[in-house]
Design a protein around this ligand. Structure first.
Ligand SMILES: C[S@@+](CC[C@H](N)C(=O)[O-])C[C@H]1O[C@@H](n2cnc3c(N)ncnc32)[C@H](O)[C@@H]1O
Length: 359
């Protein structure tokens, strides 16, 4: 972020407040400008978290409280700037002040320290990498193209691809426990995990449901990293990876579960409908199709996070966006599935899981 853009924002916020205020008669209730003022600088908050995570501020405080000078010396930062920055972190609730020293707030200690089992730093680093793409929202709206070519993080750039796969893995570890609680795969044997990314769901589902084996279908660059993660989890016997493009690959026969997680948001409605059709064709009678993703309510504007997620995908994938789970239910119905239902994962996870059974 440039210093120029930050220094102009307060003026914009003040302008929004006074413009709205000028429209309201004294003493009369009018529209409240607070949300507009807040939105005009909301990126400040994000940039503080993203930068603190990138600089590993939370690791620097993992052993206990330290002064701003000590943190600046450890991270090789300017002392005066670091003091302002750490105070802002404290203002946001990421750190706590103890006299002149700063310590991690409980949530930061649990989720932002790299040695913590709940570490989310790689997921946050992935958001950090997309910050520049969000700065090109206007260009993307004009051109109808993503600001970040998807190939960059799906194979072409090895470092970005690895960062993407590791972020998906970390996120999946957090979500999987909730997914397992809404998904009973007892007695199932053959899972096809389409666009299975790091393979984390396959690893955890085959662990949770003994007898289940999974084949993960993925693009070669992503599959190469996923193979390492699956092997590191000791799951190579239960989970295999197949290089392929899910638009053209043969889904095979005799599957009793097909999982399509986090991939509909990359695809048009027509392609999603076709993926559902091909999934149904490879299922045995009684087989289960599971489609998990961020979905909106009908109309597409709510939940707010889902509508914003649609923009994030528009910025990073050629057909990226967001669908309504009601649409997925409709495609499943058209393809002959029964017992169709949506389950929402518990907050803070924004995901909904749509399932349907083949007769
Ligand atoms: C958001 S990730 C979801 C990964 C995983 N299923 C999960 O839920 O964590 C979407 C995945 O789809 C994969 N993908 C995108 N286009 C694909 C294609 N044409 N064929 C196969 N995989 C694809 C990407 O590589 C990525 O791993």
């Amino acid at each position: 972020m440039s210093a120029g853009s930050s220094s102009e924002a307060p003026a914009a916020a003040g302008h929004a407040a006074s413009a709205a205020g000028a429209g309201a008669a004294p003493g009369r209730a009018g529209p409240d400008p607070s949300a507009i003022v807040r939105l005009s600088t909301a990126y400040w908050d994000s940039q503080v978290l993203l930068t603190a995570n990138r600089l590993r501020v939370f690791d620097a405080l993992a052993a206990g409280p330290r002064s701003a000078d000590e943190v600046a010396a450890t991270l090789q930062l300017d002392a005066r700037s670091t003091r302002l920055f750490l105070r802002a972190c404290a203002g946001l609730g990421l750190l706590e002040l103890e006299g002149e020293r700063f310590r991690n707030a409980p949530a930061a200690a649990a989720f932002l320290v790299s040695t913590s089992p709940g570490h989310m730093g790689n997921v946050i680093r992935y958001s950090d990498q997309l910050y520049g793409a969000w700065g090109q929202l206007e260009q993307s709206l004009r051109a109808g193209r993503p600001a970040l070519p998807a190939e960059t993080y799906l194979g072409d750039d090895p470092a970005r691809t690895r960062a993407f796969v590791v972020a998906m893995h970390e996120r999946a570890l957090g979500i999987a426990r909730a997914l397992v609680s809404v998904l009973d795969l007892s007695g199932r044997r053959a899972l096809l995990d389409v666009g299975g990314g790091p393979g984390t769901y396959s690893v955890l589902l085959t662990e949770r449901f003994p007898g289940l084996r999974s084949e993960v279908l993925e693009l070669p660059g992503v599959a190469a990293v996923a193979r390492e993660l699956v092997a590191a989890a000791g799951a190579a016997e239960r989970v295999s990876l197949r290089d392929g493009d899910y638009h053209t690959a043969d889904f095979g026969q005799g599957k009793d579960v097909v999982l399509m997680s986090g991939m509909f948001h990359r695809e048009s409605a027509a392609d999603c409908r076709s993926l559902v059709e091909r999934a149904v064709a490879c299922l045995e009678p009684g087989g289960l199709l599971v489609v998990s993703d961020v979905f909106t309510d009908p109309g597409g504007a709510l939940p707010t996070f889902a509508a914003m997620f649609g923009l994030n995908m528009m910025l990073t994938a050629p057909a990226g966006g967001v669908h309504a789970d009601a649409d997925v239910q409709g495609w499943m119905r058209e393809c002959g599935l029964v017992d169709i239902r949506t389950a929402a994962l518990p907050p803070p996870m924004p995901h909904r899981v749509v399932t349907g059974r083949k007769r």
